[in-house]
Design a protein around this ligand. Structure first.
Ligand code: NAG
Ligand code: NAG
Ligand code: NAG
Ligand code: NAG
Length: 438
């Protein structure tokens, strides 16, 4: 792998200051612990809070039902004819059992982050690998790497946003690696938050841009402020300056907006979230999240229209976490089966974020209607992700966490997704989306 640095740096950027990744919990540091406390308490002091979600004590019991749908023949797609059944809403459906299992594993994919190698890290139950998403109206075909690669030939695709953007891109690289191996051609930043891979077989590039607010800002950190600083009217140039190189952008935001933050607009403080010492008006994060997304989508339109270039913009909706017990104890996301569709409805905080994301995409679509150079779509994963409490690394973010018995405190990642795992489904839907565009 060749790493181009310095003047050849395609990102034209220095690594951002040393920011701790939000959920990269470090046993030797108390900050992430307080951070997760905040994650749970963040709404308790806010009057407008959709507390029902984060304080949910509802225990949904899994009524074991045998999902015996056999692998459907219609899910086998031939390479050449991208034929589908009628248009289908992939966002609504149910997880049904599927004995085929994933198309890749830790041996065939070299790009899985250590904390997402759940099996290698000793996760004992493997049942979570044997489910497929069954949309109500159709079958979702299994991922077809050759089809995907053909559709993105000579293209540059960027995943922009938070660590779920990274998680999804890593899943996609694993899925594609089953037929073609990518080369890492660039990496930069703490935890390699800026990376690029090249598929020589199809001259396709994938870039990862860390930008958890999408707009300009400074993330909370151990070394700096305990709150985020966001400039809601200024797009984050770390990704936006490269926009003319890009053919497609997949956007992912959410969890960072739940943290204490101070919001600026036109150089004035708009308010802050859970920063009582700063004496600003307390506001919730929904308005700022909407503004950040609007600034982003508008900026893409402006920059692209100015150059007369086309781009496809996909906004992936919020991916809920599943801290369903004490976040620092064994068992917080220890479920081993999905919920059934009727057990969980998208509501509360995740419902509100999803709604904002969909509304902003709809409004961007209206803006470009006459121009036509920018295509906007929503990749709506909220419901299918909500139903998968069993898909997170949990304690298996670390190798063999219970090798010496159950410790008093256990680090748990109930935000990101094991690879392979349910996040692979996001990319199956992504593929169906771009197949339809053809
Ligand atoms: C699925 O395909 C197999 C082999 O082509 C065939 O024998 C079987 O009848 C098909 N099943 C359905 C439900 O179409
Ligand atoms: C991974 O998949 C390959 C190819 O299917 C298989 O040969 C190998 O045994 C698998 N490895 C593990 C660790 O499951
Ligand atoms: C992908 O990146 C390589 C350099 O790593 C470059 O030569 C190629 O032109 C790029 N292709 C696209 C489609 O961006
Ligand atoms: C906030 O207000 C209190 C009381 O008016 C004052 O003592 C304190 O200095 C203020 N803090 C800041 C950061 O302005």
């Amino acid at each position: 792998m060749s790493l181009k640095m310095g003047s050849k740096n395609p990102f034209n950027d220095n690594p951002p200051p040393i920011f701790k990744r939000i959920f990269q919990l470090n046993l030797y540091s108390l900050i992430p612990i307080s951070l997760l406390c905040l994650y749970f308490n963040i709404f308790s002091s806010t009057p407008f809070s959709p507390t029902q979600l984060l304080h949910s004590t509802n225990i949904f019991t899994y009524h074991s039902s045998i999902c015996s749908s056999p692998p459907s023949n219609s899910s086998i797609v031939k390479h050449e004819d991208y034929d589908y059944e009628k248009s289908c809403d992939y966002s609504k459906g149910d997880w049904v059992s599927d004995m085929r299992g994933p198309i890749y594993n830790v041996t065939t994919c070299g790009t899985i982050k250590e904390s997402e190698k759940c099996i290698t890290n000793g996760r004992p139950d493997l049942g979570y690998l044997y489910w497929r998403w069954k949309p109500n109206e159709c079958n979702l075909p299994r991922f077809e790497p050759n089809t995907f690669l053909k559709l993105i030939k000579n293209k540059h695709i960027a995943f922009v946003g938070d660590s779920l953007a990274r998680n999804q891109l890593e899943s996609l690289l694993c899925l594609l690696s089953t037929t073609s191996t990518p080369n890492l051609v660039y990496q930069n930043g703490k935890d390699n938050k800026f990376r690029r891979w090249h598929f020589p077989s199809h001259n396709a590039n994938f870039s990862l841009y860390w930008s958890p607010f999408l707009v300009h800002g400074i993330e909370k950190s151990n070394e700096g402020n305990y709150y985020n600083t966001m400039f809601l009217d200024l797009v984050d140039e770390r990704w936006a300056r490269d926009i003319n190189q890009l053919d497609m952008i997949v956007i992912s935001i959410g969890h960072w907006f739940l943290l204490p933050s101070i919001y600026y607009e036109n150089d004035l403080v708009l308010g802050s979230l859970n920063c009582p010492k700063l004496n600003h008006t307390q506001i919730d994060f929904y308005g700022p999240l909407r503004k950040a997304l609007r600034t982003t989508l508008n900026s893409i339109i402006e920059k692209k229209v100015a150059k007369g270039k086309k781009i496809d913009v996909i906004v992936k909706t919020f991916s809920p976490s599943h801290f369903e017990g004490d976040w620092d104890k064994a068992g917080t996301c220890s479920k081993t089966k999905p919920y059934r569709k009727e057990e969980k409805v998208v509501g509360g905080m995740e419902g509100e974020i999803r709604k904002i994301e969909i509304e902003e995409v709809e409004s961007a679509k209206v803006k470009v209607k006459k121009i036509g150079a920018v295509r906007f779509e929503v990749l709506d994963v909220t419901k299918l992700a909500l139903l998968r409490p069993d898909g997170h690394p949990g304690p298996y973010m670390n190798p063999f966490p219970f090798a010496n018995g159950v410790p008093k405190y256990v680090q748990n990642d109930c935000v990101h997704w094991c690879l392979p795992g349910p996040i692979d489904t996001w990319n199956e839907i992504f593929l169906e989306m771009i197949k339809k565009w053809k």
